[in-house]
Design a protein around this ligand. Structure first.
Ligand SMILES: Cc1ncc(COP(=O)(O)O)c(C=O)c1O
Length: 488
């Protein structure tokens, strides 16, 4: 086995192009930081203290807060995960009820576990396997139905860039006496330029968490937690929030990571007015070039971050997202951010180069051509095509991931996540799990959204979907190689 450092050096020297995070894309023209070892320190005299900032760090955080129009901003060195844990636990007490979008990241579920919270889920509509917006009407209905809810948590944008109506949802949360926490992990670049969505911080959310490392040129693990400016800011107990931040963050924060956040925001402030329009221009050229592909489509969603490119192989080509992901990596050395049954996701940022976009467009054109040739070679009769189409329609009805969310709605929580995870668990074949209570999360990573959470009962439909995803070659976490799952 190679040594980690050697593998990293080799990767850095390779021709693999990153359509994945971190948002700096290893682009040294954009990331202007000197020699890391000469600057790697933690808290020493003159360098302030992240857990009680008063000097140089406070100043850097105030600058960030000013840029996003927040009331206060905290630097995070343990990713958005640490911010989400802190935010949820700061807004709730042990055993409280909480309204939470089902497509939240696993860190939000970890907060449910730690707080032994009782979740009521908001289910986004799904289209072609993508979670769409959270509907404000659903938020209001749930808040009416569950008057004991203490906080609302949603993810916006989603992994694929879909943005919800934060302004309306924030107003509703406040009307029913709760704060709104927005996981904006994929939106640290929002609100700086025309053509990109506004940040939740300016739309009335109370706590907003952003991974700087995902979409801006900053080191992995770097993130921000903002307290929104509210007229009456009674929703957030600042002291409690700070307590959780110091529980979930290291006591030896890396000053390189924090300086990286500052540098990245400085770049946005000074050069964002050129860099963001340039990114949009590159995306525009890419879209123009790929819009007539026959077997691949890259839809533009109505309320979404334009920097996310979601690429679907046509169902009738007989190919899926996993196939496209492997093809792009193995043949073209283009590393995507994620794959699902239906699509692959390319993440772009201001650090992407014109050459990177050209390589992706060229690869997709070639793949499209290959699919065309394959189709011609098959010399199918019209009759056979018709049958195929009918087959596909049937498949769509019985097993597309579109069904996944619909079925997930029907999952019943029998005990809390805490009770399930702390129970004695046993292993059981997936195919025999119907009616049993899950003792674990089962999810595809990325994106890490649980298909079943501990405490919920397996249904026949969920088992069918999990088996199908495994057969398609996707990595389903929580189901072992031998198709076993944990139940209580
Ligand atoms: C929607 C969402 N929220 C939160 C996180 C956690 O972010 P981090 O990796 O910065 O801890 C992720 C990570 O992929 C994510 O996709």
């Amino acid at each position: 086995m190679k040594k980690l450092y050697d593998a990293l050096s080799e990767y850095a020297e390779s021709d693999v192009y990153p359509f994945h995070m971190p948002g700096h894309k290893r682009n040294l023209e954009i990331c202007r930081m000197g020699e890391p070892y000469r600057m790697d320190i933690t808290e020493i005299d003159g360098f302030d203290n992240l857990h009680d900032a008063k000097g140089i760090l406070k100043n850097a955080m105030d600058t960030a807060s000013h840029m996003y129009d927040a009331q206060e901003t905290f630097f995070l060195v343990n990713g958005s995960s640490s911010g989400i844990l802190s935010a949820v636990l700061a807004c709730t007490k042990e055993g409280d009820e909480i309204l939470i979008a089902r497509n939240c990241h696993k860190s939000a579920y970890h907060a449910l576990y730690l707080g032994n919270l009782i979740p009521h889920y908001l289910y986004p509509e799904e289209k072609n396997g993508i979670s769409m917006e959270i509907s404000p009407e659903d938020v209001e209905a749930a808040l009416k139905q569950y008057p004991k809810v203490r906080a609302v948590v949603i993810v916006s944008p989603t992994y694929e860039g879909i943005v919800s109506d934060i302004q309306r949802i924030a107003k509703l949360a406040h009307k029913y006496g709760c704060p709104l926490i927005v996981d904006e992990a994929h939106g640290a670049h929002f609100g700086f330029a025309k053509g990109f969505p506004e940040t939740a911080v300016r739309l009335g959310a109370d706590l907003v968490i952003q991974s700087v490392h995902k979409t801006l040129p900053s080191f992995t693990q770097t993130a921000l937690l903002h307290i929104g400016k509210q007229e009456q800011n009674s929703w957030i107990d600042r002291e409690r929030l700070c307590r959780f931040l110091s529980i979930f963050q290291t006591s030896s924060p890396s000053y390189l990571l924090m300086a990286g956040i500052e540098k990245s925001l400085e770049l946005v402030e000074k050069e964002g007015k050129f860099l963001f329009p340039q990114l949009l221009e590159k995306i525009g050229i890419f879209r123009q070039r790929t819009k007539n592909l026959k077997y691949l489509s890259i839809p533009e969603f109505a309320h979404a971050d334009p920097s996310k490119l979601v690429i679907f192989p046509d169902r009738n080509s007989g190919k899926n997202g996993h196939w496209l992901y492997r093809e792009l990596l193995d043949r073209y050395h283009l590393q995507m951010e994620m794959e699902s049954m239906e699509y692959v996701l390319a993440m772009t940022s201001i650090a992407d180069t014109k050459e990177g976009f050209e390589r992706l467009a060229e690869a997709l054109e070639e793949i499209d051509q290959t699919l065309e040739t394959e189709k011609e070679n098959l010399k199918e009769t019209k009759e056979r095509e018709k049958k195929e189409r009918e087959g596909n329609e049937k498949k769509k009805d019985s097993g597309s991931v579109f069904d996944r969310m619909q079925e997930m709605k029907k999952l019943t929580a029998v005990v809390t996540i805490r009770q399930a995870l702390d129970s004695q668990k046993k292993s059981c074949p997936l195919k025999e799990a119907e009616g049993l209570i899950s003792a674990d999360y089962i999810y595809l990573y990325p994106p890490g959204i649980p298909l079943i959470v501990p405490g919920e009962q397996f249904t026949k439909e969920l088992i069918f979907i999990l088996e199908k995803e495994r057969k398609a070659g996707l990595e389903v976490k929580g189901v072992s190689e031998k198709e076993m799952v944990f139940v209580i």
